[in-house]
Design a protein around this ligand. Structure first.
Ligand code: ADP
Ligand code: MG
Length: 351
């Protein structure tokens, strides 16, 4: 079988790596001939994601298509929907924070309090203002704790913003789950995610997450994936405050906080995603041992040096340009003993 992947970043690369043992050829579509996926795929089409001719070329060469990032043209997705099991609904809602939260609240799931920022909006602090579209890794966000934090220069007349209540959460989690064309849903052990400056820094997975929280989080995420009739792996992010599970956002693709599944679980988020895209049944998953995933951003390249341990796995994404806050790779540590796990992590990040 031939599978087309729209987007050649690290997610596309790890999707392709996950099916190396299968009778599958991967053809990528990305404007950058040196993208991460190009090192793993059997073929590449170099072109813009939203260029109809490139899209058509890809569609002609493959049996199924998946996308690994969110800014793909919805009309093109709809045009080729028979080849794209992920379909367009999940994309359509997730790429606008307002429609995304409206959709999820209608399903009866608690979200942060939010509203569209209008000219006569009266601030009740503290809040976080986000662009409704185009933001990722904390980009396009402003935290406003008091009047003097408001920087009007950072607001543009032409851009739509959403104002959210700033949640003093205890911690953040994400549910990584996969749904196949038969309607089976499998959810992965839940990571606790630690963000620094709005960017994921670490995901820690143990079997010890509170049962009430786990129950709510899996119930909410399953409701979302089923309502969207989505096929493939997706992630749903939540804030946890005591036993409240508050929806933040979802991503209709494998997710950074699910990278731990490559070594931490019997079967990765990428492999189940590709199985679902191929029309195969997905498999049940379990945690092998407590696991931590650490992102390697451009400014943290030294994390990869001097770590010598059998339980440490380094993934680099082969990106040519090393920039501050750019995700260059990640490191996963799997250890039966949680204290050992944390000690190795401290060693890696130099604390
Ligand atoms: P992105 O699309 O950039 O991931 P998010 O909405 O997930 O955007 O925000 C990134 C991070 O910023 C979150 O994971 C969380 O740590 C923090 N954050 C976002 N919204 C809120 C909020 N309403 N209250 C508190 N923290 C928030
Ligand atoms: Mg997020």
């Amino acid at each position: 079988m031939r599978i087309g992947i729209i987007g050649g970043g690290q997610l596309g690369m790890m999707m392709a790596e996950s099916v190396k043992e299968y009778d599958v050829e991967v053809i990528g579509l990305d404007p950058n001939p040196d993208c991460s996926l190009s090192y793993v795929a059997e073929g590449m089409i170099i072109g813009d994601y939203n260029d109809e001719a490139s899209f058509e070329k890809l569609a002609k060469r493959v049996d199924m298509i998946t996308y690994e990032f969110e800014n793909v043209d919805l009309e093109l997705i709809n045009k080729y929907k028979n080849l794209i099991p992920q379909k367009s609904a999940a994309l359509q809602y997730s790429r606008n924070r307002l429609t995304e939260k409206n959709y999820v609240s209608k399903l009866g799931i608690p979200t942060v309090k939010y509203e569209l920022l209008t000219g006569d909006y009266v601030y009740r602090y503290p809040v976080i203002v986000k662009t409704t579209t185009g933001g990722y890794d904390g980009k396009g966000q402003q935290r406003i704790r008091q009047q003097s934090d408001i920087d009007h220069n950072r607001f543009s007349e032409d851009i739509e913003y959403i104002v959210e209540e700033f949640i003093e959460f205890d911690y953040e989690i994400s549910v990584i789950l996969t749904r196949d064309t038969f309607g089976n849903v499998v959810s992965y052990p839940i990571p606790i995610n630690n963000h620094v400056n709005g960017i994921l820094f670490t995901s820690l997975v143990t079997n010890e997450i509170n049962k009430v929280i786990k129950g709510k989080a899996i119930d909410y995420s399953t409701r979302i994936i089923e309502a969207l009739d989505y096929v493939g792996t997706m992630a749903v992010e939540f804030f946890i405050r005591e036993e409240e599970v508050i929806f933040n956002e979802f991503a209709p693709r494998p997710h950074n906080s699910g990278h731990y599944t490559i070594e931490g679980c019997n079967l990765s988020q990428f492999e189940n995603h590709m199985r679902a895209i191929m029309g195969e049944e997905i498999k049940d998953v379990k945690l092998i041992n407590p696991t931590i995933m650490i992102n390697v951003l451009g400014q943290n390249m030294d994390y990869t040096k001097g770590v010598s341990n059998d339980d440490v796995y380094i993934h680099m994404y082969q990106k040519k340009e090393c920039l501050t806050n750019r995700k260059m790779g990640h490191i996963t540590v799997v250890k039966a003993d949680e204290n050992d796990l944390k000690n190795i992590m401290r060693e890696i990040i130099g604390e």
